[in-house]
Design a protein around this ligand. Sequence first.
Ligand code: HTL
Ligand code: MG
Length: 629
Amino acid sequence: MKPSSVLERVNYPEDLKKLSLEELEPLSEELRSEIIRICSRGGLHLASSLGTVELTVALHRVFSSPKDRLLWDVGHQSYGHKILTGRKDQMDNIKKEGGISGFTKVSESVHDAITVGHASTSLANAFGMALARDAMLGDGTGEFYHIIPIIGDGALTGGMALAAINNIGYKKPKMLIILNDNEMSISENVGALNTYFRTLQVQKWFQDAEASGKNLVRRFSRPLEQMITNAKDAARTFFDPHSKNPFNAMGLRYVGPVDGHNVLQLVYWLEKIKELEGPTILHILTKKGKGMNIAEHDPIYWHSPSKFNPSQPEEVQKGYSWSNAFGDAATELVDQRRDIYVITPAMREGSGLVEFAQKHPDRYLDTGIAEEVAVTAAAGMALRGMKPIVAIYSTFLQRGYDQVLHDIAIEKLNVVFAIDRAGVVGADGPTHHGVFDLSFLRNIPNISICAPKDAFELRAMLKKSLEQHGPVAIRYPRGSVKPAPAGTWDDIVWGSWERLVPGNDVVILAVGKTLEYALEAVKGTKDVGVINARFIKPLDTTMLEDIAQRARAIITLEDNTVVGGFGAAVLEHLASRDLKPDVRLMGIPDHFMDHAEVASLHAQAGIDAAGIKVMLESLGVPVGVVVGD
Ligand code: HTL
Ligand code: MG
């Protein structure tokens, strides 16, 4: 930050209100540079926050947070908001252990109206807030305040957002919805609404060109209102009762599209709309990565880049991940059997599907941020003879729970779920940890659940899963894995566990990623067995019962909540057979784990090698090495 900077004088929204209008642009530029500097550390949401700089400044100029409520959908574009609401000094610790969250969080700041991470929740939240406000106003127990949800074009593809609009347009509470349209989700945005927005955008370009051609010199010297009216205008549909605009049709007032990078124009529109009754949607056009050349040109990579040098930013190649292993396997399999159809709810890059989408556009579907649609569309495909593979993050499958149960499991449809980011995910924190899938899927009849120990097993499971009756969930973690050569399709007995270390005194049953910790922990011990418990449902009951009869103690180990997870499944089965060995459950504890490095979270949960050694010692097993070294 430069010593004489405007940003230096702004720590809270009140400070921003004291600035002259002319200072808002320099403030925006400084905010932008600061965001680039902060994000150069890597692993942060850069491009989205760059795109909302002017909007953030304008909102805090016109409205009064925290009295007025700003609801940032997803929350990944809120870095500017955090900087302007008292958290400037904490930004270097954002997403680090003990630091502030990468999303907005109610318990973090009074200026954060909702706790987020998942998309499409802002509108329903705003709807509820508006009804609560109006109920209290009616009683004389509360006062008026503005409610401003800010939703991206990607987040608007979520069914929940669209269903909320249906409610808002019906009840018509006063609120201002900002539609931040940058034509991008993480990858290119999809859907019919997105196509419609482009027609509005072309209309705006035309009008802008017309306006600037006539009035280029006077553009900023005459009143903005007159300029916009003369431009015939950017907000034509606002005044046109016969407009086919879908928001109008659903009972909202639509204004736009307007330039989301012209801070003064934004201030103007916000001031004006502030006075209007009922719900209004202000459609602003922004550029993801705005102000940083390389990010504007490749907003997909710069959505969340690795570490970079701000004065010479460049892309960094990432290693081979579990997602790549899945994507490669799917790309090979679709050449073997043409009945495969891969579905992603808006996570092409993250799910390792870039190559698949390019090579097989006729077997690839991006539903937008509509997990429910992804799952039930898979049901429809399976009903009509295809083999759908839903590639989905564990945390986002939470959105599609009833769809798995009701639309797929009852009729035993063979839909495969490639569940990525299973387990704690690290810096994205509690909204994104995938530590519930074993528990919420395990109780559904007809489903199989498995977790590979490496890329070979992932490939084998994927191939075999397409031959099962009923749904199959294959869960694997975030991070890197050693690639398995193309063409390798190991065989695997469905439902079987694998004994990796012999030993009968204490036996560790480990799921997926935790296996490596178990193998590390038992080094140098005697008679401690390690099992690759690769099937969570069905369990390998033959092996389990055999172990239970011999072992003094069993340890279950999983990167999933201990509540209703793999360990619970083991206990349930043993109880049903009246087998009563000493069983110790190790897994994610029954509270929301904060953001931190994965290794640190595993250490906190006690499921890393050190934690397992502690457990072994408590069972009287000499572990040799002192814990914690
Ligand atoms: N599914 C759900 C329910 N929530 C989230 N957050 C995702 C998937 C993953 N996700 C993001 S950010 C993002 C997705 C799909 C793109 C949002 O696009 P939008 O915003 O247009 O709303 P933009 O990035 O500024 O263009 C995160 O997990 C952070
Ligand atoms: Mg977007």
